[in-house]
Ligand binder design. Structure first.
Ligand code: ADP
Ligand code: MG
Length: 398
């Protein structure tokens, strides 16, 4: 789960991490009161969307003005005007894709007098099974570009969970950033607090870009991006209300209600499968025969007829889907249950696109018979190869 910058900063503030003061604004009429609570003389008005690159982004609508998604204002009036311009409009950044994202929330914060900008992130490194720090002197830039052009400017190290964070780690960061004296002390304190926040909240990723030093010698986090480990969310009911469903794929939300794993992709073939391994194989073989998957929906091991029906409705609701491949191995889950679910769903939602069904495993003959005798226009397949070829051919013909 991802959250907005202002929420991330609120959470880091609880751990004593230095972030500028600021107030979120959801309605234009609240903008002035929010701006008045800050001292000035510079206010920063920041679009809140789950994507980076906002500063360099641009709005689709002319009314939103020519500036990007992060704007410096010199007065309360100007800050208020920026909120009115941006709210409700679509911001396109390198991370949103060409469709952009609608800005429904803004954040007004204290402007900082920036001296230097750095990069700092933390993530769970699967290779070492540890929490890793990634730091660079090249702040405010896209870190992928830095890694590509000047990899020597990135320093990475990880924390041994047996010892946890130690003063040495803070010193390593300070050294990598070229900070000494009091700023090095502030860096040590910051690193300790960030690690505490990261572990306490079961984060998967925390990115501060930029981390800055101010002209008056203070260290501050000017941007903050956090994703949490979804598998640990149940331990943090306090995080549930930070979820912004308007930022998520509507079909993924619908799928999660039925405990189905749905992943939206870019192609044309909708895939209903069970188990991650079979999902991978299905996606691969579709590509092998020259088409690409529109999504995959994993119904899991213990799906019911109701779940299969819900899954089918989610897949057919996607206008990108030009054909559907159901590929199920009935182990725990029986093929006749799947077949009944598919038939019930087809009857409920209708079938506008070709459907290929490949069943294998427990009660496979019963399952096939249910599909054959349904009288519906379902294309049966015997194995994975056959199924992939049939759906690719059907999509190309249609
Ligand atoms: P994004 O990464 O989405 O572009 P940031 O929050 O990093 O958004 O803001 C972009 C740039 O705007 C920063 O690199 C920084 O130079 C400037 N900026 C952001 N917040 C402030 C602030 N509170 N005071 C001064 N400058 C800021
Ligand atoms: Mg940033």
């Amino acid at each position: 789960m991802n959250i907005h910058e202002y929420q991330a900063k609120g959470l880091l503030r609880e751990f004593g991490v230095p972030v500028p003061d600021g107030y979120p604004v959801l309605k234009a009429e609240d903008a002035e009161a929010a701006a008045r609570q800050l001292r000035g003389p510079v206010w920063v008005v920041k679009s809140q969307i789950h994507a980076g690159g906002r500063g360099k982004g641009s709005f689709k609508e002319a009314e939103a003005g020519e500036k990007g998604g992060v704007r410096l204002a010199k007065s309360v009036d100007e800050a208020t005007a920026f909120v009115r311009q941006m709210l409700g409009h679509t911001l396109v950044t390198v991370q949103t894709g060409p469709a952009g994202k609608q800005v429904n929330r803004l954040y007004i914060e204290d402007g900082s007098a920036i001296d230097r900008e750095f990069y700092l992130s933390m993530l769970v490194d699967r290779e070492t099974s540890r929490i890793a720090f990634v730091v660079s002197t090249e702040g405010g830039m896209n870190i992928e570009d830095v890694a590509h052009d000047t990899p020597e400017k990135i320093k990475t190290f990880s924390i041994d969970p047996a010892t946890g964070i130690m003063p040495l780690h803070g010193r390593t960061v300070a050294e990598a950033l070229g900070l000494s004296g009091d700023l090095a002390k502030q860096t040590e304190a910051l690193v300790t607090k960030l690690y505490a926040a990261f572990t306490a909240k079961d984060m998967a990723m925390l990115e501060i870009n930029p981390l800055i030093t101010t002209k008056d010698g203070r260290l501050r986090c000017l941007d903050a991006k956090i994703s949490f480990d979804d598998n640990a969310l149940y331990r943090h009911p306090e995080l549930f209300n930070l979820r912004d469903e308007t930022e998520e794929d509507a079909k993924e939300i619908e799928a999660s209600k039925y405990d189905l794993a749905y992943i939206a992709l870019d192609g044309t073939i909708g895939c209903m499968v069970n188990g991650a391994g079979l999902a991978m194989a299905t996606l691969d073989i579709i590509q092998l025969y020259g088409e690409s998957p529109a999504n995959f929906l994993d119904v899991g091991g213990g799906a019911t007829e109701e779940k299969v029906t819900a899954a089918f409705k989610i897949i057919t609701a996607d206008p990108k889907v030009k054909g559907i491949l159901v590929n199920i191995f009935g182990g725990i889950m029986k093929c006749d249950v799947i077949a009944r679910g598919v038939i019930a769903a087809v009857k409920a939602v209708g079938l506008q696109v070709p459907l290929v069904v490949r069943l294998e495993g427990t009660n496979v003959e019963e399952g096939k018979e249910i599909i054959r005798s349904s009288g519906l226009n379902v294309i049966p397949a015997d194995d994975l190869d056959d199924a992939a070829q049939k759906i690719v051919a059907a999509v190309r013909k249609g």
